[in-house]
Design a protein around this ligand. Structure first.
Ligand code: NCD
Length: 311
């Protein structure tokens, strides 16, 4: 089977069959990653550039590792220290890199729509969105879905609450699209100032402003960081107050008395959206998410490389 798309720009337009294919391919790569020799030759002689115009730890390392495990040649580009500061446009930068015979582009950018713009201008080069502004982060949603499936067996009928800064979170939007397509139920929880008002009708999700009620409802809680770097106005009084009303604490979870799978895309702000004893606790799968990210990105790179069936 092949993906129906040439690029991975978002989950919004990705059909459910493509999502299923990526998740099942990732399961095979996860098996490869358990072996003593974790490398396969699938992308040998292909070159991938990781273009990161915005800070990243997990996603950048995860993509690079996925490329190396697939035997691709990789080059890393960070906007700081590059000719971007000399006034070069995004398209010029990418065209220059591609002229050196680079085959695939992984890109993170602070402007929503930047990878879509590249894909319009470079239709023949596979472009993978590693997070664009406040729009989408498709590989994060795919690895989140993989991790839920691994823990609970399926996505169908599962109740997932996304907690916190929904308004500025590309992880939230990609998760909402993906979970709805795969038959899960989605609730958003957080302060009214951080949840766009039309989201309920536009995306067919539930909204709760009471964290305890949301936790009582869900099987899985995916906790999001407050994206302070994207907020140019005061949307809540203080981080301390946010923690009191919307921080996921052990005490709160114990008062509910049922098992809830705890997730977080990282980076965690301990003591703000999540307390340490929850992040490091028995129900947390935060580090499994990171582990699964490599297998999921291997699957995406492999399926978009056009190498399927070659090796
Ligand atoms: C997220 C991101 O960059 O969108 N992190 C990630 O990729 N794992 C979430 C965040 O920055 O809070």
């Amino acid at each position: 089977m092949q993906l129906s798309t040439k690029h991975l720009l978002g989950i919004k337009d990705l059909p459910a069959v493509d999502i299923s294919l990526i998740l099942s391919t990732a399961a095979q790569f996860k098996e490869v990653l358990q072996r003593p020799i974790k490398k396969v030759p699938s992308l040998r002689d292909l070159t991938v550039v990781n273009l990161f115009y915005e800070n990243s730890t997990r996603t950048r390392i995860s993509f690079e590792l996925a490329e190396k495990r697939l035997s691709a040649d990789t080059i890393n580009f960070a906007a700081s220290g590059s000719s971007v500061s000399k006034g070069e446009t995004l398209l010029d930068t990418v065209n220059n890199i591609l002229s050196m015979k680079v085959d695939m582009v992984v890109m993170r950018h602070s402007a929503s729509g930047a990878p879509h713009f590249l894909a319009r201008h470079l239709p023949e080069t596979a472009i993978i969105n590693a997070g664009d502004g406040i729009n989408e982060h498709p590989t994060q949603a795919l690895l989140d879905a993989f991790s839920i499936k691994e823990k609970l067996g399926s996505l169908e009928g599962k109740k997932v609450v996304l907690i916190g800064d929904i308004m500025h979170s590309r992880v939230a939007l990609s998760n909402i699209y993906l979970l709805k397509k795969m038959g899960a139920e989605v609730m958003l929880a957080g302060p009214p100032t951080l949840i766009p008002i039309h989201v309920k009708a536009a995306l067919d999700v539930e909204v709760a402003y009471d964290l305890k009620k949301a936790l009582q409802w869900c099987d899985v809680a995916n906790v999001l960081r407050i994206q302070l770097e994207r907020q140019n106005q005061v949307l809540f009084s203080s981080l301390r107050e946010y923690n009191l009303a919307y921080g996921v604490s052990r005490k709160l979870l114990d008062s509910i008395g049922k098992e809830i799978v705890i997730m977080h895309p990282g980076p965690i702000n301990r003591g703000v959206e999540i307390d340490s004893d929850v992040a490091d606790g028995r129900d947390s799968i935060i580090l499994q998410q990171v582990e699964n990210g490599v297998a999921v990105r291997m699957a995406v790179l492999y399926l978009l490389s056009g190498r399927k069936g070659d090796s």
